[in-house]
Ligand binder design. Sequence first.
Ligand SMILES: Nc1ncnc2c1ncn2[C@@H]1O[C@H](COP(=O)(O)OP(=O)(O)OP(=O)(O)O)[C@@H](O)[C@H]1O
Ligand code: NI
Length: 309
Amino acid sequence: MSVLLEVNHLSISFLQYTRGFQQKKLNVVQELNVTVHAGEIVALVGSSGAGKSLLAHAILGILPDSAETSGSIRYDGEELTTARQAALRGREIALVPQSVNYLNPLMRVGEQVRTNRGDAKEAVKKQREIFERYGLGAEVERMFPFQLSGGMARRILVSTASVSGAKLVIADEPTPGLDAGVVKETLGFFKELADQGCGVLFITHDIEAALQIAHKVAIIYAGTTVETARPDDFAGSGEKLRHPYSKALWRALPQNGFDPIPGFQPHPGALPEGCRFAPRCPMATNECMNSLPEMRWLRGGSVRCIHAS
Ligand SMILES: Nc1ncnc2c1ncn2[C@@H]1O[C@H](COP(=O)(O)OP(=O)(O)OP(=O)(O)O)[C@@H](O)[C@H]1O
Ligand code: NI
């Protein structure tokens, strides 16, 4: 399948004003890499504050003005410029947001799901077809968001991407606090989109949900990609995983012994010089403190660690 999205060496920083008129640059994301092919579901996993939503916003071109970015984001073989982002956003590149609060409370749902589809007649037809496929009754298109149940609202959010005819769907934490049935159903919708040729970037804290549908898993820590793995690398005690952080994350799951990693992910203002994980890493040596390791290929995946083998 062809490469749809290619993010390389992405850095995002924020200019912050400290005491007086001094400016301080806060480097939040550095050297973030991720590639999504058509028809592929890539899970982006990392803990809170790792930079997942910032990546999503950088791709969509909706970062705040105070953000400064460098590196490259290519879509469909070409650099994603601000102008292209504006033209593709909500159409070819769609966001499935975390919260139903992204829906306009004053607009009937059928209408808002159709907003980015040009031809009105065709849009209604497409929207009805998709609502039916997602098990949303004919009456739903006339409803307002407050009338929807949690499960229905999730279906509406995913159907928006479907109706717009998106080729790349970015789902930012689409299954927070949902009951198991709704999670399973939502995951099924993404699978279906991918089966139709869509690329899906599935952002989540939830490794287990990710593993149910992902073709590839990218793990990020403190603003940096540390590993890309195959779903079946997440097995046993994590011996197939490549990065010490990935292993630790896997072992911290309740079913794997709930062995939490001591320490905390560093705050953007206080990132270590070298490997971001070194201060918490059982394998760290002096060499790890010098510079951020390069990403390298290893056993059918990639890893940013000089000790991984
Ligand atoms: N406008 C901003 N100015 C300064 N720092 C910011 C800004 N937006 C985000 N950050 C910082 O960037 C880091 C990453 O934020 P981001 O929202 O991408 O995290 P995340 O991985 O999506 O976390 P979560 O799982 O909690 O949603 C955080 O430490 C956050 O404080
Ligand atoms: Ni987020």
